[in-house]
Design a binder for this molecule. Structure first.
Ligand code: S3P
Length: 163
């Protein structure tokens, strides 16, 4: 059975939506960040601090391969940074992009300390967002807008789109 991969910027709700989608479709759920934290027994912030982003990306690529046959996979916002990851996702299933405005993300993550790449100045955050959305748009099989919608509304839209 094919896997659905949720992609989108940090704070776009991939995990929250993924858990509910998996529950409603009776599929297994996994979050690549959680998988990495359990597998390497370290928080993502520590991996970035101790080993750097490149090591994190290597762990992420390996994690994605391991979980690619789960039903629903919530990915990290940077999963689109590597072409190899796109290949893994496309060859095991479909990609669902949760499209969230920068404003909504900035509101949600204003007190966040768990995301190393969000810990930068506003200009860098905007640049990262602009760069990433091009990748998300390019690779998405389905795009779901999330601003001002409840989790249930988003899940229902996804279910309609993929059926
Ligand atoms: C990252 C997003 C994070 C996490 C790591 C790097 C990114 O995941 O993988 O901090 O590069 O955008 P979320 O998208 O779940 O926040």
């Amino acid at each position: 059975m094919k896997t659905f991969f949720l992609i989108g910027f940090m704070g776009s709700g991939k995990s929250t939506v993924g858990i509910e989608l998996a529950r409603q479709l009776s599929k297994t759920f996994v979050d690549t960040d959680n998988y990495i934290e359990n597998r390497y027994e370290q928080k993502i912030t520590h991996i970035f601090q101790n080993d750097g982003e490149i090591t994190f990306r290597t762990f992420e690529t390996a994690a994605l391969k391991k979980v690619s046959s789960y039903g629903i996979v919530a990915t990290g916002g940077g999963i689109v940074e590597r072409e190899e990851n796109i290949h893994t996702m496309k060859s095991s299933g479909s990609i669902i992009y949760l499209q969230t405005s920068f404003k909504a993300i900035a509101d949600r993550l204003k007190n966040d300390e768990a995301r190393p790449l969000w810990d930068s100045d506003m200009e860098d955050k905007i640049k990262l967002y602009e760069r990433r959305i091009k990748h998300y748009q390019k690779h998405a099989d389905y795009t779901i807008k999330t601003d001002n919608k409840s989790i249930d509304e988003i899940v229902n839209e996804i279910k309609l789109a993929i059926r």
